[in-house]
Design a protein around this ligand. Structure first.
Ligand SMILES: [Ca+2]
Ligand SMILES: [Ca+2]
Ligand SMILES: [Ca+2]
Length: 222
């Protein structure tokens, strides 16, 4: 499978050859991390809530947050694992640049919070891979989105906020975890490629817990 962040870094090296001095001024970034915000009602990624209570049958959203990054993201791969017996994300038909799919990029028509990814983003991996709510090629239940900024005219703006928002329906009572899978990553204009798994530039990645409760006034059992 193509990895958008890696491809973006490679192509960026060609386009940014005349501006290579930016790479020399990059600094260490120990505090940045990715986390899932389970409750958007009190603010998207501010604060980040590691848990939330939702009602069985209800639709709810979580955000995947980039936090404390010193440099804006220019390409992202967000791969979120979940238990489909407990929560199910609806599939959204592929359209256009894939900016308002599920996962839903913080760009396009639907945006989340004051910082967006920026201008000129595309979430189709150069026209071959749109966002999917349950990726077919990976075992388990997982939502996947790959996005690239406009590498020829970068107007990337997101340092601190939502990369994407994912919509789920709560299916069954109980507690369920939503987590960032190891290939989740983001890259920057100065050739950094930060990855949840580790690699050259590992970053901390935190999931969230969803507690699914019985609907009020409901008589049926889960
Ligand atoms: Ca929140
Ligand atoms: Ca889709
Ligand atoms: Ca969007």
């Amino acid at each position: 499978m193509l990895k958008a962040a890696g491809i973006a870094t490679l192509i960026a090296a060609l386009f940014i050859a005349t501006a290579g001095q930016r790479g020399a001024t990059a600094r260490a970034v120990p505090l940045q991390h990715l986390a899932i915000d389970a409750d958007l009602s009190n603010g998207v990624c501010d604060p980040v809530d590691p848990q939330a209570v939702v009602v069985k049958g209800a639709m709810f959203q979580v955000a995947v947050c980039l936090l404390d990054a010193p440099e804006a993201a220019e390409a992202i791969t967000v791969h979120v694992g979940y238990d489909s017996k407990m929560v199910v994300p609806p599939e959204i038909p592929d359209a256009g640049g894939g900016l308002d799919d599920n996962p839903d990029a913080n760009a396009g028509v639907t945006t989340f919070g004051s910082q967006t990814l920026g201008v000129g983003w595309d979430c189709t991996t150069f026209g071959v891979s749109w966002p999917v709510a349950d990726a077919p090629l990976v075992p388990g239940s997982d939502a996947l989105i790959n996005c690239n900024g406009d590498l020829r005219n970068p107007l990337n703006t997101l340092h601190n906020g939502a990369l994407v928002v994912i919509t789920f329906q709560a299916r069954k009572r109980g507690e369920s975890r939503v987590r960032l899978l190891p290939d989740t990553s983001y890259s920057t204009e100065s050739f950094h490629d930060y990855n949840c798994e580790g690699g050259w530039e590992p970053i901390r990645c935190e999931g969230a817990a969803i507690e699914i409760s019985k609907p009020e006034n409901a008589h049926h059992r889960s």
